[in-house]
Design a protein. Structure first.
Length: 119
């Protein structure tokens, strides 16, 4: 029994360690959790540039209308002046988060400086 237990434990530890190491070298940003009041807002990955430990990548995606259509996202209707809560597993570094607000199918507003209270 002990003959099989030690190799099995070693494989489990290596597997879990490998999972975390791969995450460190990932070239894809984490998705946030977004809520408005008690409502959770569905999110999808849009265009981005990301620097991993070993590589960097910029990826361009479809426009917001196409992303919503392809991902079958459901809109969340909230009252005016509602507070949007954006949470990341790890807090983003200062001056690395940029938000584009989608106003119409043609127009977006780029926000370089935002005052976010991240949890």
């Amino acid at each position: 029994m002990k003959k099989f237990l030690i190799p099995l434990l070693v494989l489990i530890v290596l597997g879990i360690g490998g999972y975390f190491v791969i995450g460190l070298f990932s070239a894809k940003p984490p998705l946030p959790t977004i809520t408005v009041g008690e409502k959770k807002v569905e999110v999808t990955q849009g265009s981005y540039c990301w620097n991993g430990l070993l590589n960097s990548v910029c990826a361009d995606t479809s426009s917001p209308p196409e992303l919503i259509k392809n991902q079958e996202l459901k809109p969340v209707v909230v009252p005016p002046n509602s507070q949007l809560k954006i949470e990341f597993k790890d807090e983003p570094k200062e001056n690395t988060l940029v938000v584009n607000r989608w106003l119409t199918n043609i127009k977006t507003v780029h926000h370089q400086k935002m005052y976010l209270h991240l949890s």
